[in-house]
Design a protein. Sequence first.
Length: 402
Amino acid sequence: MNAPVYLDNNATTRVDPAVLAEMLPFFTELFGNPSSMHHYAAGVAEAVQLARRQVQSLLGAKHDSEIIFTSCGTEANNTALYSALAANPGRREIITSVVEHPAILAVCEHLEKNEGVTVHRIPVDAKGRLEIGAYQAALSDKVAIVSFMSANNETGTLFPVEELAVMAKEVGALFHTDAVQAVGKLPMNLADSAIDMLSLSGHKLHAPKGVGALYLKRGTRFRPLLRGGHQERGRRAGTENVTGIVGLGKAAELAQAAMEHENTVVRTLRDRLQTGILQSISHCFVTGDIEHRLPNTVNIAFEYIEGEAILLLLSRAGIAASSGSACTSGSLEPSHVMRAMNIPYTAAHGSTRFSLSRDTTDADVDRVLAVMPEIIARLRQLSPYWGKDGPKATPDFAPAYA
């Protein structure tokens, strides 16, 4: 039996053993509520503050008080959008992109349909790059917040969020970035940035699920999403998830130490996987911006076959990959990211994302390269749009994207 290969790290990562070891005492002997006044709370409160400083350091933030712990990246995203509207009632417009994660797009849709907020959804080009001209045209003194992801979860394509934030400041709008996929993979220096808010999620950087954080630049007008107790300086009510917060802090420390590895060793493994697939399999191509993307991510569209079938056969071979975002899998339609980039219908269905981590090895890449040609060949033999000499004519039912 071959050892299992996990290449779905953009969906979630394995909790690092050092992170787990840091967390364990807070399930047992260090179980106090950090908000209490007795000695059971003191060490726990100190651990929470240490985690806050560890996350601050990873983000390059100026103050540890700028870190608000949340339950996940989705909560952080929701908080940023709702806070911006509540804190700036004279502004009722939001700017975002068509390729954002559902944790942004679903909130924008709700605000648009139910609360009369105007949402500008900026398109992307064939490489997933933001149409800057359309963004500039949407900016005005009516915009409460601009929210663009730092890195796309499906393709890894990076947005120039630092420059986009400066443009938002020129019209007095707040700027938020969903950096869930970028934090821990790319160096950050928020102290010298125009970014007002940033969301991150623990389980994307080898911390447990159920913990995240919102960076809030000091001086930014803010309204809490959750109200109740005075935790997190009154900005996020609810007893702190101490074990998760401690784990996130340790994971942030480890990610900062592993940043060079992520951008050298992991990037090299990703490139070797990409090159090997493109050289051994015809009629496939990389989606997104290959010059500006995460070091761990490659999304390859295989023409004339279904991505779900690819994943099934990969899974049978002990290899985990993805057809895109775990939050949108299960649909027979191409993802909204593939549609936004106008990936041909015959290829969008076969898009497969491989996302590596610092746990990925050369042997993992070798295993994928050994099985992928056979898997693709087998599926194409079953495809009604593939003949013995290659692809047949484009299917008549293939729609044009809106």
